[in-house]
Design a protein around this ligand. Structure first.
Ligand code: EPS
Length: 382
């Protein structure tokens, strides 16, 4: 499966094109819209989310509720575009917009302007923006639909915001009922208070998202080539999310300080199936899924647009100048969890298609079923 996204933050729409999805998969636009809505929520979001009402428009690859095997096109309108027509006009306008030249530390502003030769940082801001993640979440909805057919579910929870840390339980009702997507009510309240304090100080907050996939088909990915190891592919997809700065599988950073005997997950056989007595590896060994839950944590830096701007310089003159300030979010960790689900779902769905074929969903399911029959000790296979 391949995914391309296009569209600017304040342009008419953001768009996802997904190629390689098997034919015959049932797609429900309303289900995708639930995830789009989840991505918009969360304490700490800015005024933009009061303007947007994200909903998917499926404009290719799906007919009568089923995928056809052709590329799938998904569009999400930017309602705010109506306020940006002159600035975002594809054709030159009589009164050109004032260029943005004050650079925000931590954003793609400087690197992007120098790299592409832009004289207006707006050309960087618009595409570096996390508005693009609406398209990723819509594409993730297709991936989740494919994973559901083989019993795989991807979930997320906020583990920390600022210095408030909780223990994720993935209790779905509690997570979705929390303004910060954290299942612990007391920690939720502390996270909300931390975000409010940062906002009042003109500042921003980052945090850590916990991600889990359950019912993962064993044997996805391979150790045979570096670029096909699934842990590497998952890391690439997750680290490509705007503001993502670090990640671990299982409890890798703690495990790095311990002995092997305490870290590796003993193998046992339960009900004729290979299982583990613990899951510190986070569901992957040798770049291959082992059938245990896939566990990942991702660290996100605080949002780089600060209402009390850091010292910076002007792109045109080079003169010292405080960073550019524009409407933004204070904390996006709750939304980042939903985006991370989409990216993990996409990589797992891609690996599933790679292993079991991607022409037709029923063929794929039959292949998974046959394969599962041999995932037993050799003498116990039927
Ligand atoms: C973003 C800045 C804000 C966010 C935006 C990402 O947009 P604006 O400048 O229009 O207020 O709201 O995120 C979204 C619009 C979204 O839907 O997630 C940025 O600079 O990355």
């Amino acid at each position: 499966m391949r995914l391309l996204t296009a569209g600017e933050s304040h342009g008419p729409l953001v768009l996802a094109v997904i190629d390689g999805v098997p034919a015959g998969l049932a797609i429900n636009a309303a289900g995708i819209d639930i995830d789009l809505r989840r991505r918009q929520l969360g304490y700490g979001r800015g005024a933009r989310q009061r303007i947007e009402r994200d909903a998917v428009r499926i404009t290719g690859g799906v007919r009568q509720g089923r995928t056809t095997g052709a590329p799938i096109a998904l569009e999400i309108a930017n309602r705010d575009a109506a306020n940006w027509e002159r600035v975002m006009s594809a054709s030159p306008v009589v009164e050109p917009p004032e260029p943005v030249t004050r650079l925000r530390p931590g954003h793609a502003d400087l690197a992007g302007a120098l790299k592409f030769g832009h004289t207006d940082v707006r050309d960087v801001i618009e595409r570096a923006s996390a508005r693009e993640t609406a398209a990723r979440v819509a594409a993730g909805g297709i991936a989740k639909a494919l994973l559901a057919v083989v019993g795989t579910v991807v979930e997320s929870e906020t583990k920390s915001i600022g210095d408030v840390t909780s223990v994720p339980t993935f209790d779905r009702d509690a997570v979705e009922g929390s303004e910060v997507r954290c299942s612990d009510a007391a920690k939720s309240a502390a996270m909300v208070a931390a975000i409010a304090a940062a906002r009042d100080a003109g500042d921003t907050l980052g945090g850590v998202v916990a991600l889990r996939a359950v019912g993962v088909t064993p044997g996805l990915g391979t150790f045979a080539e570096w670029d096909r190891r699934l842990d590497g592919r998952i890391a690439q997809a997750l680290m490509s999310i705007q503001s993502a700065k670090g990640m671990q599988f299982g409890d890798a950073f703690a495990a790095a300080r311990e002995r092997g005997s305490a870290v590796h997950d003993p193998i046992t056989v339960r009900g004729g199936e290979f299982r583990r007595t613990r899951n510190r590896a986070g569901g992957l060994e040798g770049g291959v899924t082992n059938g245990e839950d896939l566990l990942v944590e991702i660290a996100f830096k605080p949002i780089s647009t600060l209402m009390k701007p850091l010292p910076s310089a002007d792109l045109r003159t080079g003169a010292p100048s405080p960073a550019h300030v524009e409407r933004s979010d204070v904390c996006v960790i709750p939304a980042a969890g939903v985006v991370a689900e989409a990216m993990l779902a996409f990589v797992l769905a891609d690996a599933l298609c790679e292993k079991f074929g991607s022409d037709n969903v029923d063929d794929m399911c039959a292949a998974v079923e046959r394969y599962r029959g041999r995932l037993r000790p050799i003498d116990l296979r039927t």
